[in-house]
Ligand binder design. Structure first.
Ligand SMILES: NC(=O)C1=CN([C@@H]2O[C@H](COP(=O)(O)OP(=O)(O)OC[C@H]3O[C@@H](n4cnc5c(N)ncnc54)[C@H](OP(=O)(O)O)[C@@H]3O)[C@@H](O)[C@H]2O)C=CC1
Ligand SMILES: CC(=O)[C@@H](O)[C@H](O)COP(=O)(O)O
Ligand SMILES: [Mn+2]
Length: 395
């Protein structure tokens, strides 16, 4: 029996995780679930999975949460705030932590689980983008097992030799990691019409159903940029070892090419319950509720290189990856600010990459080595990005 904390239970990954967990009551028990604003959903989840603790991240929702807990007869203890998130991630009773809070908000609770030596199911890619070196160092020290949940990294993990993690790519006969991406909803849209892209259009992914922020990141391909950085940390790769390939159908979730010419791919329907089930049960395989692939019905299987004019954010992320940890932290922060302003209707779709680039250009190069410096760079970049948006768009 594995005891699990689900950070970000009310989100897209969180809900899929609880779905898989509830299919296997003999294997998994829920210790804690956490949410932020969706307290009604959080309490209904608590009714279903009967955790010991329910954490509401934002203290302003605590009173409402307590009221709802009484209404739904939730027996769990209700906690709130940043420290409670970290506490339920590192508690002694916990075996595994699903890290599925979106954005930089997930950094400290995820690191708490890593430092406590938990099995960490890593969906929160932003945590690794911000703190990669520290994160991997902490995992090495504590013995935490990091299982990639992001579909591409989970695919790569499955295609690598057994026990490869943090190994040496070339010594293992690996010539390249092929990181696939759908290209998002605007892969074929004329570039001249990009300035009129609406929030609704950008919020409709061709293949995956996901949270709002990652869906916009997929449309700009910043998601692939963040994943490029994530892959470097997870698999000890350099930028030259990774090639981004657009595969519009999202059936191949990524591939590993070996020196003998073999390419090993992981395939499946685009449903996150597959990598989640893989991570939860590893090294066993369990049923996840995902329909099998129907090859007879697969009309098209295509590939193309990404075009940086269409996806400037992808180029920014690869350059930041080569520059270092301060640049990737700043880019991630600027992007979170820009995407939030796009979703609120303050800036246009093309402005997201412009704000990101201008933020990076406005900040002097520094090197970061501590968590405090990372948190500082994140905060400064948010201020710079916000000032750029306020100056340009007067919102
Ligand atoms: N969705 C997907 O298919 C995939 C997602 N990922 C990654 O997984 C992570 C989660 O994505 P996704 O599930 O789509 O996101 P969602 O937006 O659907 O869910 C985000 C979760 O984080 C919580 N949350 C939001 N803000 C805060 C905060 N300030 N403090 C604490 N908790 C907070 C939300 O709570 P509430 O809803 O209650 O406000 C919710 O539980 C992201 O890092 C994403 O990149 C990776 C691969 C695929
Ligand atoms: C499901 C998942 O892992 C997402 O990160 C997905 O990859 C997004 O699709 P894109 O390939 O369009 O970014
Ligand atoms: Mn992904």
């Amino acid at each position: 029996m594995q005891t699990i904390t689900v950070l970000g239970a009310t989100g897209s990954i969180g809900c899929s995780t609880l779905d898989v967990v509830q299919r296997h009551p003999e294997r998994f028990r829920v210790f804690a679930i956490t949410g932020n604003a969706q307290v009604d959903l959080l309490m209904r989840q608590a009714c279903q999975c009967a955790p010991r603790y329910v954490v509401v991240a934002d203290e302003q929702y605590y009173a409402k949460a307590v009221e709802l807990a009484a209404k739904y007869q939730v027996t769990a203890e209700i906690l709130c705030g940043a420290k409670a998130l970290e506490d339920v991630a590192c508690a002694g009773e916990v075996d595994a932590v699903m890290a599925a809070i979106v954005g930089a908000a997930g950094l400290l609770p995820t690191l708490s689980a890593v430092k406590a030596g938990k099995k960490v199911l890593l969906a929160n890619k932003e945590a690794l983008v911000m703190s990669g070196a520290l994160f991997i160092e902490a995992a090495n020290q504590s013995g935490a097992d990091i299982l990639p949940i992001d579909s591409e990294h989970n695919a790569i993990f499955q295609c690598l030799p057994d026990n490869f993690q943090y190994g040496n790519l070339s010594q293992s006969g690996i010539s390249r990691i092929l990181l696939t991406g759908s290209g998002g909803p605007f892969r074929e849209r004329p570039l001249e019409s990009f300035s009129s892209i609406t929030v609704d259009e950008a919020s409709t992914h061709p293949n995956w159903s996901m949270g709002r922020k990652i869906t916009i990141d997929s449309a700009t391909m910043m998601n692939k940029g963040l994943e490029f950085i994530e892959a470097c940390w997870l698999f000890g790769a350099k930028a030259k070892d990774i090639e981004v390939v657009i595969h519009p159908q999202s059936i191949i979730h990524s591939m590993v090419q070996y020196v003998d010419g073999s390419v090993i791919a992981q395939m499946g329907n685009p449903d996150m319950r597959t990598p989640i089930a893989y991570g939860l049960a590893h090294p066993a395989r369990i049923e996840a509720g995902v329909a099998p692939l129907d090859f007879a019905d697969m009309a098209n299987f295509s590939f193309q290189p990404p075009c940086y004019e269409r996806y400037p954010n992808l180029k920014l992320a690869i350059e930041a990856c080569e520059e270092g940890q301060a640049a990737t932290t700043r880019l991630n922060a600027a992007n979170e600010v820009a995407v939030a302003h796009f979703l609120d209707g303050h800036i246009g779709f093309c402005d997201i990459a412009k704000v990101n680039e201008e933020t990076l250009n406005k900040m002097e190069q520094v090197s970061v080595s501590s968590l405090q410096q990372i948190v500082e760079q994140d905060a400064i970049a948010r201020d710079v990005a916000t000032a750029i948006i306020k100056g340009k768009f007067a919102c």
